[in-house]
Structures are given as C-alpha cells and as structure tokens.
Design a protein around this ligand. Structure first.
Ligand code: ATP
Ligand code: MG
Ligand code: MG
Length: 383
C-alpha cells in the first residue's frame, strides 16, 4: 500500500487518517506531541517539531504525498517537503491563508472573478496606524494577522482609545482592524480541486458560533437562499481556481442584513464546518483530501441527507461549577434518531476544548433539528 503523510496530530488529522486508511492507504503523522488524536490512529507517528528537517525528510521519503491538517504549519516546511514529494495544498497557498493581510489582498485581487470582497479593514502595526483609522471603520474587530483561531487573538472595539488599549495587549504583534459588519448569518463553503485541475464544491453550510467557537452547522441552512448559495459556491470555485489549489479548502462568508455576501477567511484544509460531510455526503471532506493529494479523481459531493452537526466541547463533562469531569450520557445521545457520534480520543476534557462532534442525519431537516434539541437537553447545553 502507498503511504500518505500529514503534518499535525489533531482531530482533523485523526479523521483524515481514518478516511485514508479506509481507502487502503497507510498514514504517517508528523507531530511534536506523542499523545495526540491523529498519532494514535496513524500507522506511523514521527514525533518531532514541524520544522525538524530530519523528520521532514523521513516523512517525504516514506510518503507519496503529504498534506497538512494544521493551519499554522511553517510554510518553509511544506516547501522543504515539496522538494522531495508531492505536497497538497502547496506552501504558497497555505502561506496566504496564514496571514490575514495576504488573504484579504488575495480576495481583493480575485474579486472581479469571485464577485465577493472582504470586510473593510486597516492594518495596525504601530500607534501611528491607530491615529489614521478612518471613522467609518469603527466599531470594529482587532485581529492578530497570524495564528488566531476560534476567535482567539481578537478584540471588539468601538473607539480609537479602545483600539490602542487592545493593540497594547497584543504584545506588539501585527494586527488588522476589520469593520464590524451587521451579520444576518454565517455560511461556509467547502471546495476541492484535484491535481488534474477539476474542482468541486459541496453544499453550502450555515454556521452558528458561540463565544467565537463553531457551535452548530446546518445543511441545508434554514436561512440560506438559493441566490446566496449560488453566489457563495461560484465565489468558492473562482477562489480555488485562482489559487491553483490542490486539496480541500474551506471558505467562510458573512451574509449581511441587506443580503450581500462578504468573504471572511479561508482554511487550507478540511474544516470543522465540513464535518457533516462524513455522515451526509457521498464523499467526506477527509476522503476528498486523500483523493486530491494522491492525485486520484475527486469524489462526488452530493449530500444524501439533511444534517445538523453539534460540536462537543469539554464543557459537557462538567456539571455546573464542578471541577470533577464525568462522562456525558452518550447512551442517551446515541439513542436519538440519526445520531452519529465522533469523539476524538482526547482523555482530558477541559472547558472550551473541542472533544468531538455529533451529526444528526434524517429524511427531513426538521427531524435532524429535533434530535439536535434533544441532544442539547441531554448534554446540558443551552439550545
Ligand atoms: P476560526 O476558528 O473560524 O478560524 P477565527 O478566530 O479565525 O475563527 P474569524 O472567523 O475571523 O476568526 O472570526 C470569528 C467570528 O467572529 C466570525 O465567525 C464572526 O462571527 C465574528 N466576526 C469576525 N469578523 C467579523 C466582522 N468583520 N464583523 C462581524 N463579525 C465578525
Ligand atoms: Mg480562522
Ligand atoms: Mg473563522
């Protein structure tokens, strides 16, 4: 059997390993932490820093192709691997997605083809930049240019003084100020492009966030109009094409109260909002990644059942203010119609930590939503 490699040992890596193994591949994981979700599932764990050249050379020598599950893998490591084996997505594409300035610049360059623009923004590298913030940009969100996720590295601000205070707390790292937009709802689109240049786009997903973390993904989204879906899917195809990307790419959009579409950010990998594809689509986002990197034909993206995905955070292990974790009532959750439970094999639950997800599939969206409501009641999650 051929070997595929993945940079990063988190849950996205773990689900990739499972999908690739089902297709008959062996999978090697490179990750510094020995105890990691993907490492336990892999056929070979290379336990090393992401930029360790000896480890990278070993991964490249073993694998016909390497991908990443970790958004912040050093771009130089992907370039190093690419001199030795096939790497998808490329270092150049990952670099753009790692840097909110480069990402927005790319979205603007691509706007004539994609039909969407990012939020109005202003780079904040120094106090002088704060003086130059146009009034029309406030209120806004200050975001670190690199390394932010799940709403971390962000501050909501209404005045230049608040920007100054928030920027001061970011320890001098480069930031970008984004206009706070009046969101009606949020959507994401998964696209994939094969090494042969063929692209596919999955059904659009509607996402609800809580405390900056994805809470639920619903497909079809109850708010999503056919026009919005068409525009977002066309934009995603234009973007993946323009990037010359190979692999699975997720693009997040805002739908504003006036119905217009704004592109937020992209993740150069399978995405939390695409987990529904495991149980609801012909080809899961992880199987699609394996196909793309192995330079095989892409799989069908057709959704066969309406689906609702609920993220399972460590919070559900804790009753009230208790510090003593106890196992949630999975037996009751699994008794619900259409329940597909996915736990990531992490044995230390903490509040706010992604521990797993559950996807409810059903003949109708209403039935899937009814199971979601019941699951929230069982797990003590405010619905
Ligand atoms: P992820 O975990 O998706 O990578 P992130 O930390 O990179 O998240 P963003 O997606 O940029 O952060 O923002 C997190 C959430 O904050 C968005 O999903 C949205 O709800 C809200 N948000 C971000 N930017 C804006 C904006 N310009 N206007 C209004 N809301 C925003
Ligand atoms: Mg992000
Ligand atoms: Mg986001």
């Amino acid at each position: 059997p051929s070997w595929l490699g993945v940079m990063g040992g988190g849950q996205l890596g773990r689900m990739f390993v499972h999908a690739a193994q089902m297709m008959g591949f062996k999978v090697a994981v490179l990750e510094p932490a020995r105890d990691c979700p993907a490492g336990h599932a892999s056929d070979h764990l290379i336990c090393a820093d992401y930029s360790d050249e000896k480890a990278l050379a070993e991964l490249a020598a073993q694998c016909v192709a390497v991908t990443t599950e970790f958004e912040n893998v050093p771009a130089q490591s992907l370039a190093f691997l690419a001199d030795r084996t096939f790497v998808a997505p490329s270092s150049a594409c990952v670099s753009i997605a790692q840097d909110r300035i480069a990402e927005k610049r790319f979205f603007i360059e691509c706007a004539a083809k994609s039909g969407v623009l990012p939020a109005p923004h202003h780079i904040v590298a120094s106090d002088a930049d704060i003086d130059a913030i146009p009034d029309a940009l406030l209120p806004s969100i200050l975001k670190t240019v690199r390394l932010g996720y799940d709403g971390k590295g962000q501050a909501r601000v209404t005045t230049r003084e608040e920007v100054r205070a928030a920027f001061g707390k970011m320890n001098g790292v480069l930031c970008i100020l984004e206009k706070m937009l009046p969101l009606a709802y949020e959507v994401s689109v998964l696209a994939a492009r094969g090494a042969d240049g063929n692209s596919v786009v999955y059904p659009i997903a509607e996402n609800v966030h809580r405390d900056g973390i994805l809470f639920t993904t619903t497909v079809p989204g109850p708010n999503v109009t056919a026009e919005c879906a068409g525009k977002a899917q066309a934009a995603a195809l234009a973007i993946i094409e323009q990037l010359g990307y190979v692999g699975v790419l997720c693009i997040e959009f805002f739908v504003l109260q006036d119905g217009s579409l704004v592109v937020n950010e992209m993740a150069p990998r399978p995405h939390n909002s695409g987990h529904y594809t495991i149980d609801a689509c012909v080809t899961s986002q992880f199987a699609q990644q394996a196909r793309a990197m192995a330079r095989l034909p892409l799989g069908e993206v057709r959704q066969h059942s309406p689906a609702v995905m609920l993220n399972i955070l460590g919070d559900v292990w804790f009753d009230g203010d208790s510090d003593e974790p106890r196992e949630p009532a999975w037996d009751k959750v699994l008794a619900l119609p259409g329940a597909n439970l996915h736990l990531y094999g992490k044995d230390d639950p903490r509040r706010g930590r992604k521990m797993g997800h559950v996807t409810f599939v059903a003949p109708t969206l209403e039935q899937a939503q009814a199971s979601l409501q019941a699951a929230c009641a069982i797990l003590g999650i405010a619905a």
